[in-house]
Ligand binder design. Structure first.
Ligand code: 8GT
Ligand code: MG
Length: 134
């Protein structure tokens, strides 16, 4: 099915980094869009929410942390054919709590140079490029 003409879904995505410079990634579940791909935690922005509010809510729900500081990293749009997404990616540089897969999803800290070993959704390519360039 074509997603032509359909509205893009706005998604808040968190690149959560620790003091060692590692990034926290999770694996998507079998019933989710882009099943079994690795992802940066996050989710859909609900009506009435800002991206920052959605990010804080999703990171609490999915990985059990409270965002203290985040900054915009990039925003990109991708057409999967079955749906169009707009990813608003924020770098989370300060947080409380210890990230863990709160919904039972596999998760881990990954050093930036090793991120390319993980199978991310196609939309994520520019994010990986950006993280790897610095
Ligand atoms: N969280 C997240 N979503 C991504 C990434 N890359 C990417 O294409 N997406 C897409 O963004 C869309 C929405 O993300 P999501 O499924 O996490 O949304 P959500 O947490 O609200 O999910 P739910 O419907 O299970 O409640 C999905 O179609 C997903 O495939 C990523 O790195 N992280
Ligand atoms: Mg999600």
């Amino acid at each position: 099915m074509s997603s032509e003409g359909k509205k893009s879904i706005l998604v808040a995505v968190g690149v959560v980094q620790n003091a060692a410079g590692e990034i926290f990634v999770c694996r998507r579940g079998e019933s989710q869009h882009q099943a079994f791909k690795w992802e940066f935690p996050g989710g859909k922005v609900e009506s009435g929410e800002t991206v920052a509010q959605a990010l804080a809510r999703e990171l609490e729900e999915e990985i059990g942390i409270q965002v203290s500081v985040c900054e915009p990293l990039m925003r990109l749009e991708h057409d999967y054919g079955d749906k169009r997404v707009t990813l608003d990616i924020r770098r989370v540089t300060a947080f409380t709590g210890e990230p863990h897969g709160r919904e039972g999803q596999p998760s881990r800290w990954v050093p930036v140079p090793e991120l390319h070993h993980y199978d991310f959704p196609a939309a994520n390519r520019p994010i990986l490029d950006k993280l790897l360039e610095r």
